[in-house]
Design a protein around this ligand. Structure first.
Ligand code: BGC
Length: 450
């Protein structure tokens, strides 16, 4: 049994496009296709297509979620479905969402609804969030959700992971729309923090009692041991700022971290200080969501951003090759990031933290109960790291396991080693089979809530 506060909420997290896919909504609701469909088609990779076949399997999925014993469920709502091709609310899609979410609500499961888990319509493929109409389109989407579904939503999460939609999409190029351009990266950064600010204000203006969480992915950042070289310490500082703090400082402190300003100011708009200070909205944010999978070791680099990953220091990797940080061989990555974050914003109105995603991919064979012991080990170790953070005084009040079903893992598609679910999904038929980790998580929740 974990030593966690009584009010600790255990949940499970999913997203719309990864589970519902794009082809069913296109067929049954006349929804638009997504930017990810064309982006991956062009690269000859797996497209979102059928996802985890959720569209026609919600009855079974509701039982899977309910029987698991979670108190909260997180998913997203796709603007490709909510806004019809005629620009009006798509009633068929809204009915589907109402049916799905209200069945979960009836089981006393809280709904944390993300308004954007990267489901941009394909008409934005050229520029993504930098397209001149994207901002207003998003606000229209938000309005429709507020009008049709507000009674079902406990928490709104405006945008999932600014780092992915800025850094991966405009600097690394592996997420749609796929640029590798530092200038565009900073443009997307300022566009997305402004958008997140406006969405929060719109929600609060229209329904002042609504609750809001903001959700970012974070990577505790380290350098190799015994490296006191100035260049390594500098690389660590800049990597930490670019992967972590630039996405949260504006919302709690109203400014950007110093080293980023010093190095990259030439890419900023003239009024950047106003843009950033206008984002300071700590009072409106009910929780800070930390999505956590792994940490990063970095070293100096001559590339335009000033750091790169230091692969030599990695001790343990998951099936996708991501560095897993578990003591004693590695530092406790999740404890570290929770602690650093709570200290950084303690004086700036951060109310509480929720681990809004955590999990690991693992390859499993077909069998009656697919065995995924490495996933159980990973989750157990990370819950222990949360316990440690709480012992250090961090106010962590919830944990969302990522994820229920084997789903569409973005640029990794449907590869067996990219299966994150505690329920196996047959990629051809959608048939669901509970893995060992499903039963394990269920038994942990049973003893916690007993
Ligand atoms: C994203 C999920 C994704 C998971 C594993 C998170 O950053 O929110 O959509 O499946 O990481 O890669």
């Amino acid at each position: 049994m974990y030593k966690l506060p009584k009010n600790f909420t255990f949940g499970i997290a999913e997203s719309d496009l990864q589970t519902v896919g794009s082809s069913f909504p296109i067929q049954y609701e006349n929804a638009s296709s997504t930017m990810w469909d064309d982006f991956t088609k062009k690269l000859k990779k797996d497209t979102p297509n059928k996802g985890s076949f959720k569209y026609n399997n919600i009855k079974e999925d509701i039982s899977l979620i309910n029987n698991l014993g979670v108190k909260a469920y997180r998913t997203s709502i796709s603007m490709t479905r909510v806004i019809g091709k005629d620009g009006k609310p798509n009633k068929k899609a809204l009915k589907w969402y109402r049916n799905y979410l209200s069945s979960l609500k009836k089981k006393n499961i809280q709904i944390h609804l993300c308004l954007y888990h990267w489901e941009a319509p394909n008409k934005f493929i050229e520029e993504g969030i930098l397209h001149k109409d994207f901002h207003n389109y998003f606000l229209q989407h938000t309005n429709i959700v507020l009008e049709y579904l507000a009674d079902l939503v406990d928490y709104y999460l405006p945008i999932n992971e600014l780092w992915c939609i800025c850094y991966l999409a405009y600097y690394v190029g592996i997420h749609a729309p796929g640029y590798t351009d530092i200038n565009r990266f900073f443009q997307s950064y300022f566009a997305s923090i402004t958008l997140q600010r406006d969405v929060i204000l719109q929600i609060k203006e229209s329904q002042p009692k609504s609750k809001i969480g903001i959700v970012n992915i974070h990577f505790p950042t380290y350098i190799r041991q015994n490296s006191d070289k100035k260049s390594y310490v500098e690389a660590q500082t800049i990597a930490d700022e670019i992967t972590n703090y630039i996405y949260s400082d504006p919302f709690y402190i109203g400014r950007m971290p110093q080293e980023t300003i010093k190095r990259f100011k030439k890419y900023f708009p003239k009024d950047y200080k106003d843009i950033v200070s206008n984002c300071k909205l700590g009072d409106e944010i009910d929780y800070y969501g930390v999505n956590y999978y792994n940490g990063q070791y970095v070293k100096p680099s001559k590339n335009s951003i000033g750091f790169e990953l230091d692969e030599d220091e990695i001790f343990m990797k998951n099936s996708l090759g991501w560095p897993i940080l578990i003591p004693p061989e590695s530092p406790p990555g999740l404890t570290d990031i929770l602690h650093t974050y709570s200290q950084r914003y303690a004086q700036h109105g951060m109310k509480k933290i929720i681990v809004s995603e955590n999990g690991t991919p693992a390859f499993t064979n077909e069998s009656e109960i697919p065995q995924d012991n490495e996933r159980i080990y990973y989750i157990d170790q990370h819950l222990k790291q949360i316990e440690k953070a709480i012992q250090k005084g961090v106010k962590v009040e919830g944990y969302f396991l990522w994820t229920l079903l084997d789903n569409y893992e973005w640029q990794e598609g449907y590869k067996p080693e990219s299966a994150f679910g505690i329920v196996q999904v047959d990629r051809k038929t959608g048939k669901r089979t509970k893995k060992k980790s499903y039963y394990w998580y269920q038994s942990q929740l049973q003893s916690f809530y007993r």
